[in-house]
Design a protein around this ligand. Structure first.
Ligand code: SAM
Ligand code: SF4
Length: 317
């Protein structure tokens, strides 16, 4: 399935819930989200039906995200259902890791290939501050459990935040020295709550290259991350630069929100409702979303917020 600009659309990101057990300052309001009726959120059956149709159209990789995807009851059953779609090549998820210690084995058995875990700091007090109350120990235990269960290679998502974790770049990158993990530094995107943090919160990925001049560039692997390796390291360092480099030219993604809307572009307002659509109608709506993908996002910088009209916990990153 190609869009109007000849980009192959192969990747679907699915937000299973907009609820979360953390309240990261750049993602969610401190009070969390209002209680939603079950009927406002896609059922697991609806998600599987949409995923099957997307795979029939050419999607080959699905990432489950949120909010916190591990909070969604029945999600391992959904993973089994998705894994049974023959043409699907990869099933992954992005999680804060807090529930991984208890769920990693079950997720592996359900067919999840690997996980990305968010980790913005290695300091327990700073972790509590940025997540508004989370336990770093629980996240680290989750990362270990994921590795033990074979949900590998584990990727660690670290959002760079000015005045917060720039000084930890060497320590975070050093996690790759002995373990085959990928530490991915991600530029903070001014969406929803993050836009309210102000331009000072933005720290470009260039800071990683400045602090780690020994990083050796690696061949691109087709993803959005530029990849590097510290000399002799077992793992890799990735840079994801949604602001300082525009990677719209390689965007093969669609995003499904927990309330059943498909977003052709992360940074655009446009969303197409899928609820209640089945068979050919559902297929036509997905094809329309692909046709509606813009060639590139609008302007986006530390001082120009995203046009997306939602917080990140509703979109899934
Ligand atoms: N709760 C899960 C987690 O934290 O990994 C999954 C959902 S979270 C919205 C997905 C990813 O988006 C996380 O790695 C998070 O750090 C990242 N994220 C959230 N808000 C962001 C923002 N404004 N800019 C860049 N990344 C952001
Ligand atoms: Fe929750 Fe993930 Fe958003 Fe943090 S980044 S509040 S863990 S959804």
């Amino acid at each position: 399935m190609r869009d109007r600009f000849q980009r192959e659309i192969t990747y679907l990101r699915v937000s299973l819930t907009d609820r979360c057990n953390l309240r990261c300052v750049y993602c969610m309001p401190p009070e969390g989200i209002g209680k939603r009726d079950h009927s406002q959120i896609l059922s697991l059956e609806e998600i599987e039906e949409i995923a099957r149709e997307a795979v029939a159209l050419g999607v080959r990789k699905i990432r489950l995200t949120g909010g916190e995807p591990l909070l969604r009851r029945g999600m391992t059953g959904l993973c089994r259902g998705l894994r049974a779609i023959p043409a699907l090549r990869e099933l992954t998820l992005t999680t804060n890791g807090l529930l991984l210690a208890e769920m990693a084995g079950e997720l592996k058995a359900a067919g999840v290939d690997r996980v990305n875990v968010s980790l913005d700091t290695l300091d327990p007090e700073k972790y509590r501050r940025i997540t508004r109350g989370g336990s770093l120990d629980a996240a680290l235990a989750g990362i270990q459990a994921a590795r033990d269960a074979g949900l590998t290679p584990v990727k660690l998502n670290c959002v760079l935040i000015g005045g917060f974790n720039g000084g930890e770049i060497p320590a975070l990158a050093a996690l790759t020295a002995r373990e085959p993990v990928e530490v991915r530094f991600i530029e903070l995107m001014p969406i929803g709550c993050a836009a309210g943090l102000g331009p000072e919160a933005y720290l470009p990925c260039e800071a990683v290259l400045e602090r780690l001049p020994g990083l050796e560039p690696l061949e691109p692997d087709g993803g959005v991350a530029e990849r590097y390796r510290l000399p002799g390291a077992a793992g890799t360092v990735g840079l994801i630069r949604p602001l300082s480099r525009c990677f719209c030219g390689q965007c093969g993604r669609l995003r499904l929100t927990a309330d059943g809307r498909i977003k052709p572009c992360l940074h655009a307002r446009e969303e197409l409702p899928l609820r209640g659509l089945h068979g050919p109608d559902l297929r036509r709506a997905l094809e329309a979303a692909v046709r509606r993908k813009p060639e590139r996002r609008g302007e986006l910088s530390a001082s120009v917020p995203s046009e997306a009209a939602r917080d990140m916990n509703q979109i899934g990153g």
